[in-house]
Ligand binder design. Structure first.
Ligand code: ADP
Length: 555
């Protein structure tokens, strides 16, 4: 900046000096021409008409006038005498002017690098020339002048002095300017660069608008930065609160963004490469092929779908917990396998007997037995179908619930079990508190009571005990307890699974399909009741349901 001020001030003054010099030279030159003209006119008064109009007269006049050039001319321009030895005919402008109007001036270069001012006047009286008496003769006086260039070069030394002075002044000026103008600017720049908080201030009035503008801009920038920070904080919050893992990366060791879930799942440490990307061969291949792919991996006992997508120079990994989806699809497969298995057993039996009868392979006296077996297996098949329908109907049942009298439901169902109880010599005891009511659908309660009591009979011992109790209060409790075969610790955890039967050998005989307790569990879950089992192998089993009360649906 200082340098620029110096160069600028130097250039301005040099150009200025040059211009002024040229201008002055011109003015000076014109002035000298005018002065010379005046002088020559005054000199013309020294002409003496009595003198002879010849060489001697001209020389005498020149000497009188300090040696200037004097020329005597005839009216046709013929030179009669000239003190500088000019001869012949002169046709200068001054001569034609003088002939026209009595006097004339001209300025011409004299051929020797100088300019010359000519003044010519016409004589009013005839004069005696060497050629005789002549009228209208002319006298021309002339002076040499310094031409414009010589005037300019004459002024050069002075100009050089001026230039030296100018350079010194410029140095002084730029020093002063830097002191008085640049110093505050420098201080201001320094303050502006170092100020982190608060406003930029200045005492220099000229800098105040800039300070104001910069403060406004800073405030604007602060606001924008705060907004960006808030946005990125929110984005991070959203990403971190996601249960999906997200990683944006360029390569395994250049991670652009990773959320909390992904950090945890991938055991990621900052500035370290993602281990899985290097150790897992399939994933390494995906990363080198850069083709969108989906793979499944287990992380801490959970199944995750790893979806890789690739952009220009970066890639995105989305990790989704698919444990439940996979489990659902597995359980769906299992369910279908179990249903087909359960259906196949009675169907095979029915088909076998039907073929035997068709082929007349059953003796007539045995036909009744075969028909009985076919009917029994058909019953079993329809029981299975009903159980499956019941099981899946629980989810889709959107009918409203009402207050149902549990005591009445149990009281109505118990007599229906008497034949089976009698067959096994079981002693049934029951303590049913009257008018115990819960909000539900009646058929759900019927399903529960039928399943628990029929299991209590089916898995009881010959001559065993079966106790059914219902207590009321805030949270009514139903218990069905038997003194039957009981359950092992492992079975206790599995009996509520669909199609789970402790002893597969009882399938197709006294046992069911393993759907009864699954239905009970499903109903309890839907109604918000707690279901528990207490059992010891060989001693008996007790099922307890606590009916957590809920409000009657208004549907
Ligand atoms: P199932 O129709 O086979 O009885 P459940 O779902 O009702 O199906 O019962 C599942 C399995 O739990 C039964 O196969 C049986 O082995 C066992 N189980 C159920 N109730 C009892 C009980 N009271 N005592 C002993 N085992 C039982």
């Amino acid at each position: 900046m200082k340098k620029r001020i110096l160069i600028l001030s130097l250039s301005v003054t040099i150009i200025g000096i040059l211009l002024i010099s040229v201008l002055y030279t011109d003015i000076f030159y014109r002035k000298s021409v005018d002065t010379a003209k005046d002088q020559l006119k005054k000199y013309s008064n020294f002409y003496d008409s009595t003198e002879v109009f010849d060489e001697a007269g001209a020389t005498a006049l020149s000497e009188k006038l300090g040696g200037i050039q004097v020329t005597y001319l005839l009216s046709d321009g013929n030179i009669v005498a000239d003190t500088l030895g000019e001869s012949g005919v002169s046709d200068g402008e001054e001569i034609s002017e003088a002939l026209k109007s009595g006097e004339g001036y001209a300025v011409r270069a004299d051929g020797g690098g100088k300019d010359r001012v000519y003044y010519c006047f016409r004589l009013s009286v005839p004069v005696q020339t060497p050629q005789g008496e002549k009228e209208n003769c002319l006298v021309r006086l002339s002076l040499t002048l310094a031409d414009e260039f010589s005037a300019f070069s004459g002024a050069l030394p002075t100009m050089i002095w001026f230039l030296v002075l100018d350079i010194l002044c410029c140095f002084g000026f730029s020093w002063l300017v830097s002191g008085s103008v640049l110093k505050p600017v420098e201080r201001f720049t320094k303050d502006a660069a170092t100020v982190r908080e608060g406003e930029i201030r200045t005492d220099t009035p000229e800098l105040k608008p800039i300070a104001k503008l910069m403060n406004e801009m800073n405030a604007d920038i602060d606001k924008k930065v705060a907004r960006i920070k808030e946005d990125s904080r929110l984005e991070k919050l959203i990403l971190d609160s996601m249960e999906h893992g997200i990683v944006i990366f360029r390569d395994p060791s250049d991670v652009v963004l990773i959320n909390k879930t992904a950090v945890k799942l991938l055991d990621y440490e900052q500035n370290e490469p993602i281990g899985l990307f290097l150790t897992d061969k399939e994933i390494s291949t995906i990363l080198s092929d850069r083709e969108a792919s989906l793979v499944y991996r287990k992380f801490s006992n959970k199944d995750y779908a790893l979806r890789f997508t690739f952009g220009e120079d970066s890639a995105v990994l989305l990790m989704t917990d698919v444990t439940e989806t996979l489990a659902a699809s597995r359980s769906k497969d299992e369910f279908i396998a179990n249903v087909t298995h359960e259906m196949n057993t009675p169907l095979t039996s029915i088909r076998g007997y039907a073929e035997l009868i068709e082929a007349n392979a059953v003796p007539p006296e045995k036909i009744g037995d075969a028909a009985k077996i076919i009917r029994k297996q058909s019953d079993r098949l329809s029981n299975l179908i009903r159980s499956i329908i019941n099981f899946s109907a629980i989810d889709s049942d959107a009918l409203p619930a009402f207050e149902v009298n549990v005591s009445d439901v149990i009281g109505e169902l118990l007599p229906g079990f008497e034949p089976k109880i009698g067959q096994k010599n079981i002693t049934l005891t029951s303590q049913i508190e009257p008018n115990v009511k819960v909000i539900t659908r009646r058929e759900r309660l019927v399903e529960i009571v039928n399943n628990l009591i029929s299991n209590g009979i089916r898995y009881n011992k010959e001559g065993g005990l079966l106790d059914v109790r219902l207590t009321g209060g805030e949270e009514p409790v139903l218990t069905v307890k038997d003194t039957g075969i009981g359950l092992s610790e492992e079975d206790k955890t599995r009996i509520f699974d669909r199609f789970y039967t402790v002893d597969k050998s009882h399938n197709g005989s006294g046992g069911g399909f393993g759907l009864g307790l699954a239905i009970v569990k499903k109903i309890c879950k839907r109604e918000g009741w707690s279901l528990s089992v207490d059992s010891a192998l060989g001693e008996g089993t007790k099922f307890t349901i606590v009916f957590h009360q809920k409000k009657e649906e208004t549907k």
